[in-house]
Write a protein that binds this ligand. Structure first.
Ligand code: GLA
Length: 339
């Protein structure tokens, strides 16, 4: 699974970011998500050799310099080098690497720039295995680097993306079903302008809440009637769990509608997802809510919602062609690969 490229060989690896159409805060309980890898990516190019991984980045002032035997990735500086260190710690390549990182992804906007970096670095350092193993390794890298108990969605979407398709992922079995995105669907990502400052601590707190709910009612992925949640006395935990259960149902509905080319139904599910993330899961902000409301009120927009962890960052909109002129128009793209 690991090893490393031959010393001296030049390697270029690229990994896309992702946008999640629907299914947020469901992956940590083995639920359903519907992301797509996008045509914005991070590329690592360089040469194997030495006993350190040294990467300069266009987007960062200071390079990452990580010894192959790095002990604690979470303490490495500068901050972005932690993700490189997380990959080194999980992959333990036998040979170092010196190279350069470029990206077309906005960093820290909720399009999984960190997952794209981890996946591209792992491939450049000689990871040899299937996309699922690549996603598992880089998910662990993200967790050790950031201390956030993230799920597998971001890394798996980056590793396993399919050109022209969204990915319906069952985060329990890790089965992936590629769902074609119809030609007449336009997917836009619009930044709220709000940085995701509270995201890490709140993410861990929400994950703990849904696990506490599962201690009462069992795996939420197996609950299909919200009445089963009445056994949860704590009203906050009840709402957190209700988001997860209803979101899994919305992902199922949206994936079937996307497959059938029924974009209005997908859009309605997205709008309901945002309301649930806002009211039950409480990971939205006034800025995100206002942006979603404005986009949804625009003729030709099927639906819009916050995408990813929330607390700022980006909104995803599904529209008829050519109706929005802000943000990024993204196309579903293939996953990470060597060039
Ligand atoms: C972050 C995490 C993912 C997922 C989303 C919310 O992006 O890294 O695993 O939990 O938040 O859906």
């Amino acid at each position: 699974m690991s090893a490393g490229p031959d010393p001296g060989a030049t390697v270029t690896a690229t990994a896309p970011g992702r946008v999640n159409l629907i299914g947020d805060h469901t992956d940590t309980t083995g639920g359903l998500v519907l992301p797509l890898a996008v045509d914005l990516a991070t590329t690592v190019t360089g040469r194997a050799g030495g006993t350190e991984v040294v990467l300069a980045s266009d987007a960062e002032a200071e390079p990452a310099r990580v010894p192959l035997d790095v002990a604690d990735p979470s303490t490495v500086t500068p901050g972005w080098a932690r993700y490189v260190a997380g990959v080194v710690a999980e992959l333990r390549p036998t040979v170092g690497f010196t190279g350069h990182v470029t990206t077309t992804l906005p960093v820290g906007a909720g399009l999984s720039s960190s997952a794209a970096l981890e996946v591209a670095v792992a491939l450049a350092l000689g990871f040899d295995g299937d996309p699922l193993d690549l996603a598992r390794l880089t998910q662990r890298a993200e967790q050790v680097a950031s201390g956030v108990p993230c799920g597998i969605m971001d890394q798996l979407a980056s590793a396993a993306g399919v050109d022209g398709h969204a990915l319906l992922i069952d985060c329990h079995t890790l089965a992936i079903t590629a769902v074609p995105v119809p030609e007449e669907a336009e997917i836009r990502v619009v930044h709220s302008g709000q940085a995701r400052e509270l995201a890490s601590s709140a993410y861990a707190e929400r994950a703990a809440a849904v696990h506490a709910a599962e201690a009462v009612v069992g795996p939420l992925r197996l609950v299909d009637d919200v009445a089963a949640l009445d056994r949860i006395d704590d009203s906050l935990l009840h709402r957190r769990a209700r988001h997860v259960v209803t979101e899994n149902a919305r992902v199922r509905l949206a994936a079937a509608a996307l497959q059938a080319g029924d974009l209005p139904t997908v859009g309605r599910a997205m709008v309901a997802s945002h309301a649930s993330l806002r009211d039950d899961f409480e990971v939205s902000t006034d800025v995100l809510d206002r942006l979603v409301d404005r986009l949804v009120a625009t003729p030709g927009v099927y639906g819009a919602r916050l995408t990813g962890a929330g607390f700022g960052g980006c909104v995803v909109a599904l529209t008829e062609p050519g109706v929005l002129h802000e943000g990024w128009r993204v196309r579903a793209s293939r996953g990470a690969h060597l060039l």
